[in-house]
Design a protein around this ligand. Structure first.
Ligand SMILES: Nc1nc2c(ncn2[C@@H]2O[C@H](COP(=O)(O)OP(=O)(O)OP(=O)(O)O)[C@@H](O)[C@H]2O)c(=O)[nH]1
Ligand SMILES: [Mg+2]
Length: 201
């Protein structure tokens, strides 16, 4: 083997690394999503939801949940040999909002996860990315027992711009999550190209 080359003679590719945020309301499946696709052991910052936190932690709709993310989730996925995503899952509870700006720095795009039983919980995340012009897609995490709505209904309910993709997904499924991430990358690239054009014309 020649130094710096693989056995087949191809020069090794230095992958492009992109930062993607996984955001959304409390208990919508952000930690689950990062864990489902990460090829490294995901870094988690879960803490037990306690009796003392009951007045501030709104667990309605997610009564079976015992832990919550207090700082972030971190994972990595190689989409292609030349494209690696670093995934940052945000904490879902309002009292950790102060961490979002730190996490959003340098992000190419974001997934806003939504649960149709508590759609209003993701308004804040949608608002956050719209204000900062960070391209995002909405991933509707299809929990069993939750009513299924067409993506157009979700789009209207969230008052999304026509260009924002809405995709149905299962945060526990590797392939499903991968599809959402590919959608984010494509959307963010198209968004960046459109922006560049707008600036130069
Ligand atoms: N049935 C079903 N359960 C799910 C799905 N996604 C997540 N869960 C469960 O829902 C609960 C919440 O998931 P998490 O991934 O911790 O949610 P989170 O958004 O990270 O929560 P916070 O960090 O506290 O905001 C867990 O018990 C998961 O096992 C799903 O697609 N279907
Ligand atoms: Mg979490």
């Amino acid at each position: 083997m020649i130094f710096g080359r693989t056995e087949r003679g191809k020069a090794p590719v230095e992958p492009v690394t992109l930062k993607i945020l996984v955001a959304g309301g409390f208990g919508v499946g952000k930690t689950t999503m990062v864990g489902a696709v990460s090829e490294i052991k995901p870094l988690r910052t879960e803490e037990l939801l306690t009796e003392a936190g009951r007045p501030v932690d709104d667990t309605s709709g997610v009564e079976g949940k015992h832990t919550t993310t207090v700082a972030m989730d971190f994972g990595r996925i190689t989409l292609r040999e030349d494209l690696v995503l670093y995934l940052f899952g945000t904490p879902g509870q309002n009292r950790f909002w102060f961490l979002w700006d730190e996490l959003a720095t340098g992000a190419l795009g974001a997934v806003v996860l939504a649960d149709t039983r508590r759609l209003e919980d993701c308004f804040a995340a949608v608002d956050y990315f719209e204000r900062r012009s960070i391209p995002f897609v909405v991933g509707v995490n299809c929990f069993e027992g939750a009513a299924r709505y067409p993506t157009e209904t979700v789009r209207q309910a969230l008052d999304l711009d026509p260009g924002v993709p809405v995709v149905l997904c299962d945060a526990r499924g590797r392939e499903s999550v991968k599809e959402v991430l590919i959608e984010v990358v494509q959307h963010a690239m198209a968004y960046a190209a459109a922006h560049r054009q707008a600036v130069t014309t």
